[in-house]
Ligand binder design. Sequence first.
Ligand code: SF4
Ligand code: SF4
Length: 285
Amino acid sequence: MIIAVASGKGGTGKTTVASSLALVAAEKGEVLFLDCDVEEPNGHIMLKPRWHKKETVRVPVPEINREKCTLCGRCAEVCAFHALVVLPREVMLFPTMCHGCGGCWHLCPAGAISPGWREIGQVEEGSSGKIGFVHGRLNVGEAISPPLIQAVKERIRPGILNIIDAPPGTSCPVIRAVRGADFCLLVTEPTPFGLHDLKLAYEMAARLGVPCGVAVNRSDGNDNLIRQFCHNNNVPLLFRLPRDREVAGGYARGIPAVEVRPGWKKHFLDLLAYLEKGGYARCAN
Ligand code: SF4
Ligand code: SF4
């Protein structure tokens, strides 16, 4: 089973929830934690894996043969990402804007472009007790993260529980992380900003056809905004974690929430039982 833990914005406690879920699930069986927040992976701070393996991830990028190039301009026309500019004496490539689509080398009339490779980051694999651990680390300044997220997801292991810690937001990297999951847990805060971003995240999951449920983090007891949204959209509000200074302090020191508050394990056990039953509905639209 694949569970994605996502949120419409950063700072809602997504990693707090995902890492605690992994620790509780590991008491029952084998778990793989996949940190797809490749721009800022921090699941390892909570779960402290021992690393076993590291692999470089590369994407295709054009290599231009200046001797063959006629400066015709065709490659710049076909590049939808404006990664190529044809100047009077040379073709300039902006590698971080290239999506590796191959359009330029397929359509260059002079056969002057061939595919090369560009490194965008690394995938590291390890384990923490019974939890297998994978994360991606995007190179500093790199803009193209979906291929690295895909490389992390290629490590998904069938037959066990896979927990994906998705990037925040609702853009391409999040979609790449959540697509194909069996369930998406949307973590939010009980504020108007939290509700706004929850709506976006819910729409994203619904469009991907991934069933979802909501977890409220830092609840102050007044969760009416979120409760109403869940009710109106027929989305289960699965659990609420209260605002807790000790948990926040633990997070800052790399201590998972369920280690600071063992009583919170119940929420995650209930979630696992809910998922095991498989009774969750598809998203409303
Ligand atoms: S399409 Fe080929 S020949 Fe034309 S400018 Fe680009 S590299 Fe040069
Ligand atoms: S491979 Fe695609 S994205 Fe990259 S420069 Fe060529 S046309 Fe543009």
